[in-house]
Design a protein around this ligand. Structure first.
Ligand SMILES: [Zn+2]
Length: 306
């Protein structure tokens, strides 16, 4: 056998394979190329959405050796581990998600929910708060109001939906989730997150009909987010909304504007009737594959008021 100076040393090849094994089994330790103990754990995050370039940091708990490898993440592997690295992936995905939203606008015309959830005016509209109203004697379903700082842009998003959906999300293709739970670093400011996006299954099937492929890694980055901090000392609105939704199995999603007086006015004529909403706890979100995974990074993007 001839000697080839270019071939990597056995331990270098070993660590490349270890990096791959670590990504495939995030919860289990794998064999260490240095000491042969099954004691290597890894952490990783995607660096580039297009090339899937990923950095993997490994640590052997037996011999203490640390190694880092960079390679293209194989399909079927979560974009990061653990979940706390999700903000780094969000950074890598940001540009890609914007381009993808633009393609959704062009292609997925058969799915008004996707057009609504990725409307280019969301940035300008500045969804700043979420509020609720209900009938005093519960004779009608409750309303969830999205408060926009830029009234005209916010109303235009709903006008477009009205033209296409005629005031009803018939197949519940707009997914809305409310995620409650204290986030690390904000233990003294209770709040909850509201996530609005196109239902991923519906989006994928509509996209297929239009011969347009949806990268599942990008879906969690396509929606709109609001983190709500109830004003201390004021009555909580969310528990009552949940109770009213439970009674009627229906609610209306409506744009809401703030008058110069500070009062909020809902616009039910542009509202969308919905029969589904997801209520969940932040502590139940443990995987970067979770559609609501970005709830884990919101506190770093939004500073609570006052
Ligand atoms: Zn070792």
């Amino acid at each position: 056998m001839s000697f080839d100076a270019k071939s990597p040393s056995p331990s270098a090849t070993g660590w490349n394979e270890t990096a791959l094994a670590v990504c495939r089994t995030p919860l289990m330790s794998v064999k260490c190329p240095s000491c042969d103990e099954i004691a290597v754990f890894g952490e990783w995050n995607l660096l580039n959405a297009d090339s899937r370039e990923t950095i993997v940091e490994m640590h052997c708990q037996a011999c203490g050796v640390r190694e880092t490898r960079q390679f293209a993440l194989p399909d079927g592997v979560p974009v990061c581990w653990p979940l706390s690295r999700f903000p780094l992936v969000a950074e890598a995905m940001e540009k890609e998600a914007a381009g993808f939203a633009a393609r959704v606008q062009q292609h997925v015309k058969a799915m008004p929910a996707a057009v609504f959830a990725t409307h280019p005016l969301w940035d300008e509209a500045k969804w700043s708060a979420t509020t609720y109203q209900w009938h005093p004697t519960s004779d009608a379903p409750p309303v969830m109001g999205l408060v926009f700082e830029n009234v005209e842009a916010g109303l235009e998003i709903f006008r477009e939906a009205e033209r296409q959906m005629h005031n009803e999300d018939q197949f519940d293709e707009i997914r809305i989730s409310i995620i409650e739970g204290v986030v690390p670093g904000q233990e003294n400011r209770p709040g909850y997150s509201v996530h609005l996006c196109a239902d991923p299954d519906a989006l994928c099937s509509h996209a297929t009909l239009e011969e347009f492929v949806v990268d599942p890694n990008i879906v969690p980055f396509l929606g709109q987010w609001n983190r709500h901090y109830p004003i201390p000392g004021t009555p909580l609105l969310l528990p009552r909304f949940k109770q009213e939704f439970d009674t009627h199995k229906e609610f209306m999603l409506a744009p809401t504007v703030r008058r110069p007086s500070g009062k909020l006015y809902m616009k039910p004529e542009l509202g969308i009737i919905k029969k589904a909403i997801v209520f969940r706890k932040l502590s139940d979100i443990t995987s970067p594959d979770d559609i609501d995974a970005a709830a884990a990074l919101l506190p770093q993007l939004i500073t609570p008021p006052g």
